[in-house]
Design a binder for this molecule. Structure first.
Ligand SMILES: *Cc1c(COP(=O)(O)O)cnc(C)c1O
Length: 410
């Protein structure tokens, strides 16, 4: 093993031995991190405002996560879902309380898998009335499994994987009439992201969410939300609809998928279903071997502990606004490069003009790499900022200074 590395560079090792399904930045070999900072193997440090694509909710090497993993790994990591564990039961109860106290949780291991659970929930819901179709939005992203790419409203994600799983229809996002027109005798559910992530950081409007609720109620259709990226406090509230509509709103979806920030880097997914639908997936109808294992649940509990103890929901709202304001200033100073700033909390997108290049987002992300900052592109013209939920003003000031320098350059 060590011998090999003597003859080959790490990019070459990836070329030779790793399936090339990802477009990678092969000049960055990451070694370790602390808080919002990561270091590469050459010793260069980066301010991490990509957060592992909205996953590292407490930054890197958070002591509470380390402690939870060490403690739980020394007791019981995994035991299958044939038995009960305190960790899974207590985490489910805590999440249900965050959803207002009603409903139940199913645990799995990723965002795509959480959405697969929602698809099966919708099918079970429609079974009695012979309905099976799910309406999703154009530019949505729901994951990479066969059903999740069928649900995803982007042709490039489906390309070459036909025949595509049937039963999904796509309509323009934030367009209530389009949903209304798409509803037919087969429709069982609507699935949307509260803030489209991969599609370019586009929040749902108040009217859209309220109108969808009404439309789904009137047509006996489930309203399901993909909270994989925009959920778990990233918007400044537990779920994005609470931030978009205000916590006092009576709005409630029927089911929500979760992953990414929930495990702070430990792979975990889940979905919540309201009480009327929580028992649709009866014993034997759905499952996953690792889902909700005690180690994953202990980590997710530690994340919630820190979010509560350190007031991170408020931190995301306050410092998210601070970052947003800084980005608006950047836009004002560089109208020729930045056309818009979108998003909520710590899920923000810098929309770039295609002046000199067809790939302005990729250009900016690379210019930021050179200056020691990690961010994530969304499509060709949006640069996403997804920092840890505990990000402070000093890190935001540094981010804004690096951005300013990079924007001046491109
Ligand atoms: C990342 C993402 C997924 C897929 O999650 P995986 O853990 O990669 O399977 C699904 N939906 C949304 C909105 C996402 O951002």
């Amino acid at each position: 093993m060590h011998l090999r590395r003597c003859f080959s560079t790490l990019p070459q090792t990836f070329t030779d031995f790793v399936v090339p399904s990802y477009g990678r930045y092969t000049h960055i070999e990451l070694s370790h991190g602390n808080g919002n900072r990561v270091w590469d193997t050459a010793g260069k440090s980066y301010l991490d405002f990509g957060g592992g694509i909205a996953v590292n909710s407490l930054g890197h090497a958070h002591p509470a996560i380390l402690e939870a993993i060490q403690h739980q790994a020394g007791r019981i990591m995994h035991c299958s879902n044939l038995y009960l564990t305190v960790q899974q039961g207590e985490l489910a109860e805590r999440l249900v309380h965050l959803f207002g106290g009603a409903g139940k949780i199913f645990f799995c291991n990723s965002g795509a898998e959480a959405n697969e659970g929602l698809f099966k929930l919708a099918k079970r819901y429609g079974l009695a009335t012979g309905r099976h179709e799910i309406i999703t939005a154009e530019n949505s992203f729901h994951g990479r499994t066969l059903a999740a790419i069928a649900a995803t409203g982007q042709d490039k994600i489906k390309a070459g994987f036909g025949p595509i799983v049937p039963g999904f229809a796509h309509v323009p996002f934030n367009d209530l009439n389009a949903v209304s027109n798409a509803i037919n005798k087969d429709t069982a559910a609507v699935l949307i992201e509260g803030i489209q992530g991969e599609g370019g950081v586009t929040p749902a409007t108040t009217e859209y969410l309220m109108g969808l609720r009404q439309l789904c109620d009137n047509n006996d259709i489930l309203l399901m939300m993909d909270g994989v990226q925009c959920g778990h406090f990233r918007s400044g509230r537990f779920q994005s609809y609470q931030q978009i509509l205000g916590v006092d709103s009576s709005f409630k979806p029927d089911a929500v998928s979760m992953a990414k920030s929930i495990g702070a880097g430990f792979p975990m997914g889940a979905f919540w279903a309201d009480s009327a639908y929580a028992d649709l997936l009866s014993a034997g109808s759905h499952g996953t071997t690792y889902g909700g294992n005690p180690l994953a649940c202990a980590v997710a509990q530690a994340v919630l502990d820190v979010v509560e103890a350190e007031g991170l929901e408020e931190n995301v709202r306050n410092n998210g606004q601070y970052l947003y304001d800084g980005l608006l200033d950047l836009q004002k100073e560089h109208k020729d490069v930045v056309s818009d700033v979108r998003g909520l909390g710590f899920m923000l997108g810098i929309v770039l003009k295609s002046n000199a290049s067809d790939t302005p987002a990729a250009d900016l992300v690379e210019a930021l790499h050179q200056r020691g900052m990690l961010t994530v592109p969304a499509g060709t013209n949006v640069c996403r900022l997804l920092p840890a939920l505990n990000t402070n003003k000093a890190d935001i000031d540094e981010c804004l200074a690096i951005l300013k320098d990079a924007v001046q350059q491109i």
